[in-house]
Design a protein around this ligand. Sequence first.
Ligand code: ATP
Ligand code: SKM
Ligand code: MG
Length: 172
Amino acid sequence: MKKIILLGYMGCGKSTIAKELSKKLEIPFIDLDEFIEEKVKMTIKTIFAEKGEIHFRRLEHECFVELLNLPEAVIIGLGGGTPCYANNHELLKREDVESIYLKASIDTLVVRLSLNKSNRPLIANKNDVEMKEFIATHLFERSYYYNQAQHSVVVDQRTIAQTVEDILAILA
Ligand SMILES: Nc1ncnc2c1ncn2[C@@H]1O[C@H](COP(=O)(O)OP(=O)(O)OP(=O)(O)O)[C@@H](O)[C@H]1O
Ligand SMILES: O=C(O)C1=C[C@@H](O)[C@@H](O)[C@H](O)C1
Ligand SMILES: [Mg+2]
């Protein structure tokens, strides 16, 4: 069965949008970050701190493949970095998936992330000015991978409900 994959930078709204989409489509939603945390019984923050990012990226790839191999239809919300490592971006092009990039501007990301950054290890220790600089560079580096998705929707100035409608139109 087809998998619907939502991807994009931290804070673009993957988890929020996927939850709503899941209600509308009556297809279960699995958040890759949460799946990883449950599997190894550690938070992402602790995995980064104790095992390092390379270990996390390997685990993330294995878990992503495991979810793609599930027999049933599911909505998968990727981690912010998932498409950018381990050739995961190639998996976004598979025929049995619909991959959708939630495209947010730097300003949108700064607003959304400044509200809740403590659980996001890559930005947890940055002030607002450092965070904007970091996001600008990082988003530029990552855009190539995000743009490998089959579809993209701009999420700036859109409510959660509007973005869900935009995605439903793509899937129709
Ligand atoms: N229109 C909107 N669409 C989606 N999220 C929004 C919107 N407006 C505000 N938000 C908020 O943006 C924040 C980030 O959303 P969310 O946690 O879903 O992002 P994410 O892409 O899953 O991030 P991460 O990669 O860190 O898991 C949340 O606090 C959410 O409520
Ligand atoms: O953008 C990233 O590289 C990350 C995003 C989060 O979803 C987590 O997967 C982790 O904090 C790394
Ligand atoms: Mg999320």
